[in-house]
Design a protein around this ligand. Structure first.
Ligand code: HEM
Length: 426
């Protein structure tokens, strides 16, 4: 009972804090937390971007970069830090939401939440595990994993849920294998990985609570794995990260644990959404899907277009480390500046006819993987998984269609993804 009351209290606190950082603009009647915006953020962002590409929130607590050049400028700006622990308000909010639990992903220094020079050091070391050539060599194994997932679909059924059957299990299995985790641990690992992303579900204490518990269990789990791999190293990412050395520097045990967890947080749900969002886009645009059937070599280009149209991460945020001027405006210390990829990717000054889904589009440079020093470390892996998944699905099912259904989107403003997506195969 006490626990329930505490959860409710924390829940309402978190909700009010979320409202505090909520970005409402004079020109818009909707906000990013509204259900209609979760379902279709693009109309909302197109509308507010038409009033300005760098806008102050109505309550003057932060800023939003919506234009392509503005998002890049924000992410290049070293007076804006990624370490939200330095923002008094956000760190207080996270502490409350985590109910006093230690949350490895939020408390410990990780690539995502460090600023230079610490970020530079950690990234340089972790980079060794993400050499393009080695990641691309995973293609045959990823193809095998996708085949196994498709083989498991009931042959008597004329529809399947592409999110549940492929988009969700594939990225976790790939990360688990990449890290070199024993096969028998994978079901529990998958469960914990699912729960872990709940940490980001600000406003939903139940999910956050489960996320914090998963984070604790995963930290202990990775500590044991790291210890084991110190004794007998293998040909896997954890062993590689243990061995990595740059000018006499190595990752500490805590850094190894938090790097493993951050790879899960950053690489799991995002890739799931890329596959789910991309499949939905193809089903909504059958002529574009037909082009891929006729010429599968177009699939990598189509994946880029999916990432541009519906990036799995709508935005990121930085905190102002000091007062300074940006685009003629006064940014104040502790204000939050959001960089909205979902808007920048549809900036008409950068992408002609930006709301059109065109798998043959030839303008590169979308920002679905971010920009600047925090540019996604796992983008080669994510692209590869999506490419293989679409190749296999299209090759196996010549008559894919969209089953009539109400699509529900993940209820977290930062993410863009379908919770499930039923496709017909006959
Ligand atoms: C479609 C899938 C993915 C998307 C859309 C995505 C998106 C992003 C974005 C936007 C950032 C920058 C965040 C910021 O600037 O605040 C980022 C960073 C990062 N991503 Fe990804 N990501 C994906 C897949 C992956 C995968 C598969 C992995 C690894 C297994 C991964 C690992 C990372 C890491 C470690 C960072 C932090 C890099 C740094 O701070 O230096 N991501 N990702």
């Amino acid at each position: 009972m006490m626990k329930k009351i505490l959860m409710q209290t924390v829940g309402s606190l978190v909700t009010s804090i979320l409202r505090w950082i909520d970005y409402r603009f004079y020109h818009s009647s909707t906000a990013m937390t509204d259900d209609e915006v979760i379902a279709n953020p693009y109309t909302h962002y197109n509308e507010i971007r038409s009033h300005g590409k760098f806008l102050r929130s109505q309550r003057n607590r932060g800023w939003m970069a919506l234009g392509y050049d503005e998002v890049q400028a924000v992410l290049r700006e070293n007076r804006l830090g990624a370490d939200m622990r330095k923002n008094e308000f956000v760190s207080k909010m996270i502490r409350l939401a985590a109910e006093g639990r230690k949350v490895t992903f939020l408390d410990d220094p990780t690539m995502l939440n460090l600023d230079p020079p610490d970020h530079t050091r950690l990234r340089k070391l972790a980079n060794h595990g993400f050499i393009n050539k080695q990641i691309l060599a995973l293609e045959p194994r990823i193809a095998e994993l996708v085949d196994n997932l498709l083989d498991a679909i009931d042959p008597g059924s004329d529809s399947f849920d592409v999110v549940k059957v492929i988009a969700e299990p594939l990225p976790v299995s790939v990360i688990a294998e990449l890290l070199g985790l024993p096969e028998e641990d994978q079901p529990r690992f998958l469960e914990l990985s699912r729960q872990l992303v709940g940490i980001l579900a600000l406003g939903n204490t139940e999910l956050m609570d489960a996320g914090a518990c998963a984070s604790e269990e995963l930290s202990e789990y990775f500590a044991r794995q790291i210890e084991g791999k110190r004794q007998s190293p293998g040909d896997d990412l954890i062993s590689k990260l243990i061995e990595v050395e740059e000018e006499g520097d190595r990752l500490s045990n805590e850094e190894l644990i938090s790097t493993c967890i951050v790879l899960l947080v950053a690489g799991h749900e995002t890739t799931t959404h890329l596959i789910g969002n991309g499949m939905h886009l193809l089903l909504q645009h059958p002529a574009e899907m037909q082009k891929l059937r006729q010429n599968p070599a177009l699939i990598p280009n189509a994946v880029e277009e999916m990432l541009r149209m519906e990036p799995p991460v709508n935005f990121t945020a930085r905190t102002a480390l000091e007062n300074f001027e940006l685009f003629g405006e006064q940014v104040q210390e502790n204000q939050i500046v959001m960089a909205v990829f979902a808007s920048a990717n549809r900036d008409p000054d950068r992408f002609p006819d930006p709301d059109k889904f065109d798998v043959t589009r030839e303008e590169p440079g979308h920002m679905a993987f971010g920009y600047g020093i925090h540019l996604c470390l796992g983008m080669t892996l994510a692209r590869l998984e999506a490419k293989v998944a679409f190749e296999k699905i299209l090759a196996r099912y010549p008559n894919l269609g969209l089953v009539a259904q109400e699509i529900s989107y993940v209820p977290v403003p930062i993410n863009r993804g379908r919770e499930s997506l039923l496709v017909s195969t006959a």
